[in-house]
Design a protein around this ligand. Structure first.
Ligand code: PMP
Length: 409
């Protein structure tokens, strides 16, 4: 059972208190796509723009100094939150996608050559597939993938064959955005390191829901997005081990990332500025700090437990719906994500019907076409829970799914 005072938590999220034209209260179950924000985060954005906003690191004036201080404070908050050893290991990006592209370009182009192997998994989001495919196309490297087994777990027995002397990097998600599967990060990192491969962890679905420690993971790179963890959109973090980031060339070129520039060449700045070309998402980065503080004030372990209890309740209520099949492992092995198909019904019809009852879920392939192909389906419906969701909302979801099935019967 959940320990959270959800009624109190909900008072911090004004967007949740709305009704549609038919008077249905909003039931927001699309948190894996993007979460909502508490008043403290919205207030921080407002406060920055009203009182402290200027470009960072540039002008020698008071506002710029204030804005820079707040920006660097947010970096330190993120550093502490993920257990990074140094601020130099915490790069502000525009999100998970940019973080992975940065590594695939900057680290990949320098360290991967023809015939080398890049090991992914069948459950990756397109943002952890396409940048590696592009790297492979540039370099002649070969992509391999850890299979997903029939229970929706990574088939780790396949690892000894898949990890070779030629494996340069293993890139995988800590938590699947469709199956909800929680992958054994430390175990995979350890075996990858045994063959000398580097590891990138796509933590987009992990950081919002569990206390992570990148140093304990011993991951080389970790990417995540603020918008899925109560923070602003357009901001993310790339963590990288300092020695690796130090040795990598800059990804984007422009202002702020240089030490000196001549007309025909430049020398890059030190970390972390080297990877933060141009004006960063200043206010958004600053407002990541109250998002982190909000999560910490509730407790990550309590949040995960709450989500899992809602996922478990959803499983119980949906279990006997005719034709309904859950994707992914049993509730004890996954985060608060419940994806399913219903025989004979298009996922888009189910989602449209639920939307008619005020229930927001995601339908489609959720940016995981290879996973859907592997599962032999073209689309699924996904309900994803967060700290502000209630048991009553789960009941509404289940009732609405049952009405949908009866309607199309
Ligand atoms: N990886 C996973 C597992 C995700 O769920 C998402 C977001 N759907 C991403 C990567 C991409 O994140 P963003 O769109 O914020 O860059």
């Amino acid at each position: 059972e959940s320990q959270l005072d959800v009624a109190r938590i909900r008072t911090d999220f004004p967007i949740l208190h709305q009704v549609d034209d038919e008077g249905n209260p909003l039931v927001y179950l699309d948190n894996a796509a993007s979460s909502q924000r508490p008043l403290s985060v919205i207030g921080c954005l407002n406060n920055v723009y009203q009182k402290h906003y200027a470009n960072v690191h540039r002008g020698g004036h008071r506002l710029s100094a204030e804005s820079t201080d707040l920006y660097e404070e947010a970096r330190r908050a993120a550093q502490r939150f993920i257990g990074a050893k140094s601020e130099n290991e915490v790069i502000f990006t525009s999100g998970t996608t940019m973080g992975i592209n940065l590594v695939a370009r900057s680290w990949g182009d320098t360290n991967v050559s023809a015939g080398d192997e890049i090991l992914l998994t069948e459950m990756e989001h397109h943002s952890n597939l396409v940048p590696w495919q592009q790297l492979a196309a540039r370099t002649g490297a070969i992509i391999r993938a850890i299979p997903v087994n029939s229970e929706g777990l990574l088939d780790l027995d396949a690892l000894p064959q898949l990890l070779t002397e030629r494996t340069k990097i293993v890139a995988f998600c800590a938590v699947s955005n469709v199956l909800g599967t929680i992958n054994p990060v430390e175990q995979i990192v350890e075996v990858a390191h045994q063959v000398g491969a580097k590891v990138l962890v796509d933590a987009a679905q992990a950081v919002p829901h569990e206390a992570i420690d990148v140093t304990k993971w011993d991951a080389d790179f970790v990417a995540f997005s603020a918008h899925k963890m109560l923070g602003p959109s357009g901001v993310g973090i790339l963590y990288g081990k300092e020695a690796l980031l130090d040795a990598m060339p800059p990804f984007l070129g422009g202002g702020s990332m240089i030490d000196t520039v001549e007309i025909d060449h430049f020398t890059p700045a030190m970390l972390p500025a080297k990877f933060e070309a141009g004006t960063p998402p200043i206010a958004g980065a600053i407002a990541l700090k109250p998002a982190i503080e909000y999560l910490e004030s509730i407790g990550l372990a309590e949040i995960l437990q709450h989500e899992q209890s809602l996922a478990s309740y959803a499983h119980d209520l949906l279990l006997n719906v005719p034709g309904l099949r859950f994707l992914g492992p049993g509730v004890s092995e996954k985060a608060g994500i419940v994806s399913f198909t219903i025989d004979g019904l298009a996922a888009s019809d189910v989602a449209a019907f639920l939307d008619g009852h005020g229930i927001a879920v995601r339908e489609g392939h959720h940016c995981t076409l290879p996973l859907h192909k592997k599962l032999g389906i073209s689309a699924s419906v996904r309900a994803s829970f967060y700290l502000y969701n209630t048991r009553e909302e789960v009941e509404k979801l289940a009732d609405s799914v049952k009405t949908t099935v009866a309607f199309f019967g």
